[in-house]
Design a protein around this ligand. Structure first.
Ligand SMILES: *Cc1c(COP(=O)(O)O)cnc(C)c1O
Length: 402
């Protein structure tokens, strides 16, 4: 049997209809009316003036930094607890990422550490034109504090909202926070175009630069004229059609992710030493991935043992992001480390969280988790099967889940 995936693509007849109409329209090339409509709909939803659809979230990070003139000699502070794409994109520009450790509870870039680093770099006379906070697992970083600190030091904020479409912070949706933001539509994100990304800003000049650089820096004349190095980073019109259909289903899909979060929270509620990561205040999260934190002393088992049991049961699971400062490729880069992200990496485990999970898959995961917890923590309460499998809230059914 195929394993239960962490966060698989959630496709329905709506996506098939959309891509078929795009195909039939004859606009197969990159760009076209579906790209324009996808950009417009996303900009409207998030309250941004400009949106540029791109081939990936990584491309959006890269061009977002280039549009602000970030380059060699610059330092760009970012979260150490993130996917490599964030740090990779910074290095593409020739700038150096500076890894900032996490708040121990939320896992987000710690604003106190950020301020210390900026103060130090400022006194050393270093150039810090931009900061890239990351919305970890679908929770917005603390933009209230980060934005204030960034302003004080004259740095702009490029929000890596690759994981957080649908989340919000201080009344603003992810994608609207920061001077600019990027989204990812990779196959495992809350919506997917199979591969794609978007750059969002209210700054017309920056949006124009991103659009220009993404189309090989072609000058607006009849022949091919180039004065700068460009990139081939635009989104295909066919893929934008999928994106539009996905965006139309976003709210329903987020509800299903949240139902997973609630189910896991109920299962571990009475289990000593086990908690749902980022649980406090999570009504503002999009619940992209739900992870457990396992305190092995109190729980009498470690995250690795749980991981092994789930893997053996055919259930995909994964530790939290291995921090960038621990990655061999970034070992020589500057970092401000407290140990918080290393601790989260050792104790965290992400569980199947996708909106595509059907009732059978949800039950399979819940049963495997409950059985493991009952056997290892000595807790037998609330782990029975009967009541839970009859709970319609836990296992919503929806057409289109294959
Ligand atoms: C997925 C992801 C990206 C990269 O997006 P792609 O579309 O895969 O290039 C960047 N940052 C974070 C935090 C991500 O999770």
């Amino acid at each position: 049997m195929a394993p239960v995936l962490l966060s698989g693509p959630d496709m329905s007849p709506a996506e098939l209809t959309a891509i078929t109409s795009a195909f039939d329209s004859g606009w197969i090339a990159p760009l076209g009316p579906y790209v324009d409509a996808f950009e417009q709909q996303m900009a409207d939803r998030l309250g941004r003036r400009h949106a540029v659809a791109l081939s990936s979230g990584t491309a959006a990070l890269h061009l977002g930094l280039l549009a602000w003139g970030v380059g060699p000699g610059d330092i760009v502070p970012t979260a150490t607890m993130t996917f490599a794409a964030t740090a990779n994109a910074i290095t593409y520009t020739g700038a150096t990422p500076y890894f900032i450790d996490a708040d121990p509870e939320t896992g987000q870039m710690d604003p106190v550490l950020l301020e210390e680093v900026l103060d130090e770099l400022h006194r050393e006379g270093r150039s810090v034109p931009a900061i890239v906070p990351v919305d970890l697992l679908g929770r917005c970083a603390d933009y209230t504090r980060i934005t204030r600190i960034a302003e004080r030091y004259g740095a702009r904020v490029l929000a890596d909202a690759a994981e957080s479409l649908g989340a919000d912070h201080a009344g603003a949706p992810a994608g609207k926070l920061g001077d600019a933001a990027i989204l990812s539509f990779n196959g495992n994100k809350v919506i997917t175009t199979s591969g794609g990304g978007m750059y969002l800003t209210d700054d017309e000049h920056a949006a124009g630069r991103v659009r220009f650089l993404a189309t090989q820096a072609r000058e607006p004349v009849a022949h091919y004229e180039h004065r700068e190095i460009g990139y081939n980073y635009r989104l295909s019109n066919l893929l934008a059609a999928i994106g539009i259909a996905q965006l139309g289903r976003l709210d329903a899909m987020l509800e299903r992710r949240r139902a997973r979060r609630e189910a896991y929270a109920r299962i571990v509620a009475e289990v000593p030493g086990v908690e749902v990561f980022q649980r406090r205040g999570d009504r503002h999260d999009n619940c992209w991935l739900t992870a457990l934190l396992v305190d092995s002393e109190k729980a009498r088992f470690g995250a690795a043992e749980l991981a092994q049991a789930l893997t053996e049961a055919g259930i995909e699971n994964r530790p939290l992001w291995k921090p960038m400062h621990m990655q061999p490729v970034f070992a020589a880069h500057p970092a401000r480390i407290t140990g918080a992200s290393e601790h989260l990496f050792r104790t965290g485990l992400s569980l199947p969280s996708g909106s595509v999970l059907d009732q059978r898959e949800c039950q399979k995961v819940d049963r495997a988790l409950s059985t493991f917890l009952a056997a290892h923590s000595g807790i037998t309460k609330r782990t029975g099967r009967g009541r839970r499998s009859a709970d319609p809230d836990l296992y919503p059914t929806e057409e289109g889940t294959s």
